[in-house]
Design a protein around this ligand. Structure first.
Ligand code: C5P
Length: 309
């Protein structure tokens, strides 16, 4: 039976600067992504008909969230398979199995990683001959974070976040992620951002990269990175899910170098001095009941890779 297995990473935005809504309805971004070693693994198995099917499992820490993953055309992995078929005029079918290691609806690009992995898996399974740049273009049509999951490492994203350039970075960064009971929808968080901006006195400025972030990364200075972490969506995520504040506070109590909402949330990312420190911050959060689940991880890591075929 022909089968291709691909894994793709989740991410944290160490900076997320958001501008006012553009004519296309999207917000222009200036963001710095770091891929972390929490992975989605997609196994694509050839079918002898033209159907696409989808099943999902998860690492133990995420098993509670498997039921929240749609198993139809609304799943980004499904749409990735369909995109490859449309692009190359193919009619082949595929069974897709997703094994989740990235929080669901958590602001860590789990769905985008599914799309990135499914694109690579289907392109290979069906011998499409897709080039890297063709994969990137298809990825950008599927979602703002999909090209980054394909590419991985550390990158600056502008526009919708799909125009990527690699960032200079040194060393390894240790994170602890605080998951919340309920997810947040990305459009809802951007909508809340707009609502809060409309209430505020100041106008939303154009998105800007912070030199302090770029310098900290290029020096491998985790202390400076921790101080410089910023996310313009944090206030909107907090407004929709005020409980997030407990996780931010508990991260600081436990001595995190910095703490921030990841992407559109609600996951809170804490930067630690070491893997051991990340585990001890996680233990503190568990003790004070500041998160549904905590997971330690590290970055940066590579983007989508074929594991076997
Ligand atoms: O691209 P993605 O599917 O992740 O975007 C989901 C939604 O989030 C968009 O439809 C849009 O409402 C909002 N969004 C935005 N500006 C961005 C990225 C996403 O307003 N740069």
């Amino acid at each position: 039976m022909r089968e291709v297995r691909v894994r793709a990473p989740g991410k944290v935005n160490v900076q997320l600067s958001v501008g006012p809504t553009g004519q296309d309805g999207f917000h222009p971004l200036a963001t710095v992504f770091q891929a972390v070693n929490l992975y989605e693994t997609v196994t694509a198995t050839l079918r002898d008909d033209d159907q696409i099917s989808l099943t999902v499992s998860a690492i133990p820490a995420l098993e509670h969230a498997v039921d929240a993953v749609p198993l139809d055309e609304s799943n980004l992995a499904w749409r990735a398979a369909q995109t490859v078929r449309d692009q190359y005029g193919l009619t082949a079918g595929v069974d897709l199995h997703i094994h989740k290691g990235v929080p669901v609806a958590g602001g860590m690009a789990g769905g985008s990683a599914d799309a990135a992995a499914a694109l690579v898996a289907c392109a290979r399974l069906w011998d499409s001959g897709a080039t890297r740049s063709e994969l990137h273009e298809m990825a950008a049509t599927l979602g703002s974070d999909v090209p980054f999951s394909l590419q991985g490492h550390t990158a600056v994203g502008i526009g919708r976040g799909t125009e990527l350039s690699p960032a200079m970075t040194r060393g390894e960064y240790f994170w602890v992620f605080a998951l919340q009971e309920d997810g947040l929808s990305t459009p809802a968080v951007f909508g809340e951002f707009d609502r809060l901006a409309a209430q505020g006195a100041a106008e939303v400025a154009s998105p800007q990269l912070d030199p302090a972030i770029m310098q900290a990364l290029s020096l491998g200075d985790a202390v400076a990175l921790g101080k410089a972490l910023t996310n313009d969506l944090q206030e909107a995520a907090l407004s929709l899910q005020p409980r997030i504040q407990y996780a931010l506070d508990a991260m600081h109590e436990a001595g995190a170098l910095g703490a921030i909402v990841s992407g559109s949330g609600p996951t809170v990312a804490g930067l630690a001095r070491s893997r051991q420190h990340a585990l001890s911050i996680g233990a503190h959060l568990d003790r004070v009941n500041a998160a549904a689940v905590t997971i330690a991880a590290a970055g940066p890591v590579t983007g989508a890779v074929i594991l076997d075929e």
